[in-house]
Design a protein around this ligand. Sequence first.
Ligand code: IMP
Ligand code: MG
Length: 201
Amino acid sequence: MKSFSPSETELRNVLIPQNRLQERVSELGQEISQAFDGKDLAIVAILKGSFVFAADLLRAVKIQCSIDFMGISSYAGQPGSGVVRITKDLDESIAGRNVLLVEDIIDTGLTANYLLQALKQRKPASIDICALLDKAARRLIDLPIPYRGFEIPDVFVVGYGMDYQQLYRNLPHIAVLRFNNEQNATRDANGSDQAGDKSVS
Ligand code: IMP
Ligand code: MG
């Protein structure tokens, strides 16, 4: 893990409090339970960011389903390409099953799109995305997200499983992280300071 001094980053406001997360996850669970009732549902959670969301979502889904995990990390040399390295593959086959790809956040959409295309080659019966957060303003690719928790402004967020340099995953809510130094400021460009003061209802 890279080290950084605490002064480089600063936790700002709570964007989504714990009770709103719980309410929305429970609604998503109901929607998914209805949509996949009577079908063979295979939940696929993308590690690490989605593990907290996936654990809560799984318990909000009231129909029979399985869960499997895929670990990915982006190639250091190709930021923004969407090409990822699979660090842990699925344990079970998804052929012929109805897959729900669970992601923490869709930003440009390149990562989710890459995974979608890669998993389609394994011949699932269907494959849909469920994302807790959607930074729609940053999207570079058209990507349907039938199950979406919240649309958020273009700010860098942490908590509820999401990290900055592997930290802050343990926050029970979603908070805005502000970068104080120039180098990291590019990661939350486009007026995030102002946006960081907004909250999501
Ligand atoms: P995309 O390929 O641009 O859609 O970005 C995908 C991945 O970048 C997400 O799955 C996250 O792991 C990470 N990411 C994007 N925005 C944030 C953020 O605000 N906080 C933490 N991780 C983020
Ligand atoms: Mg992710």
